[in-house]
Design a protein around this ligand. Sequence first.
Ligand code: ADP
Ligand code: MG
Length: 482
Amino acid sequence: MNIVTEKYEAVIGLEVHAQLSTNSKLFSGDSTTFGAEPNSHISPITLGHPGTLPRTNKKAVEFAIKMGIACNCEIERYNYFARKNYFYPDLPKGYQVSQHTTPICKGGYVPITTSTGEKNVELNRIHLEEDAGKSIHDLDENYTCIDYNRAGVPLIEIVTEPCLYSAEEAFQYVTEIRKLVRWIGVCDGNMEEGSLRCDANVSIRLKGEKELGTKVEVKNLNSIRNVKKAIEYEIERMIKLVESGGKITQQTRSFNANDDTTFAIRDKEEANDYRYFPEPDLTPFNLTEEFINNMASALPELPEILFKKYQQLGLSAYDAKQLTEDKATAAYFEACAKLTSNIKAVANWMTGPLRQSLNGQNGSFDTISLAPAQLVGLIQIIEEGKLSFSAAATKVLPVLLGNKSKQALQVATELNLIQVSNSSEIEEWVKQVLNKMPEKVTEYRKGKKGLIGLFVGEVKKVSKGKADPKLTAEVLETQLNN
Ligand code: ADP
Ligand code: MG
């Protein structure tokens, strides 16, 4: 396979559909709530009955603009919708209302990081459109059932240029898009429920070739893992096909998650002529500068900005990445950083013990039952030498979690974990330990300096973990070197 992969290059362009988190549909007041009784969110507008008049959902327009700004797009001032005409059972009107040819957001890019470095994934456009209903083939033996609840739900379609060159880049890009839509609150990013779906366009060409090869489109990938698997499979299939003298035909394909393969569903020659024309029932809408500026200022600080900021504050790229994984994590970190300058400790706790505890119960930082002030209090007493890190993580933290009224110092005191940093008490323990092991003391004095660890450990034992280890080491050195 190696010689072959050196000979060819894969080119990928992705179309991601994100369902906007509005309460109502794109052109009607019907609810968008997922999982409702089939066909319970279907007014005559959704069903396209004659004489009904759609109206554009302002919130959906706002969300599309927000995503456009977050992706560095140019925002179109003059907008209208068009009808994309085709017949399909889950499309009750016989056409889909879309902005396919006149997108609200143009150009733009999304930064990603892969094992080979950083890159900006160029976008072609982001446009608004309505979703179709859902055909359910496995409910009845003889019939296909149709649920129109999803028909008319607002989507944005985010379309990249053909500028991705590996399954890994595609994986990172979709990961980044999901993070971003969640971050700015325009889509819940839930791929299992279909809130985020991806079509992958894949082609191959000889390395150095400028022209794009014939592409296939793998439809409706419903997990980021499947995006990667489908692309990997396609690249290999196409290379094998071409290497064995075959010819790639333009196809629409589907992914089989059971064996990670793809199969053809139709050839492009059968493609419809969609007869696009401006939707006569909806007035075009103009966006003012003020409206767009308001959207920009309503955006939270974006993860890529915070990622850079945290690194400038002295955190590692790893920590900065972890802390900007989602908005709740970043917000928690920010709240702690307001209360202490020891942000490295905050990062360590958040990416270490707190993360572990959250993972164990499928929790996240917006529901964590530990107030930022409690964490900072804990960090503070460790810094002051009153509590060891291990006692803090294994004994105090479990009590604090879920007990918002308790403070670290109080818990550590109640559990009798406060370290003694009073030197006379420590001197006593040190004396006790050294008297117990005279041979070791002699060995140490003869040069076996590594024994210091043993002594510190012994003092820890006799003091039941309460001797401040730093001070213990100091006292030990003084007594041993006398
Ligand atoms: P279509 O009209 O078939 O939907 P578009 O030109 O709108 O095609 O492109 C759809 C997506 O396919 C875009 O993300 C684009 O970057 C990508 N794409 C187009 N041509 C190719 C190609 N030859 N190889 C890979 N991706 C492609
Ligand atoms: Mg397409």
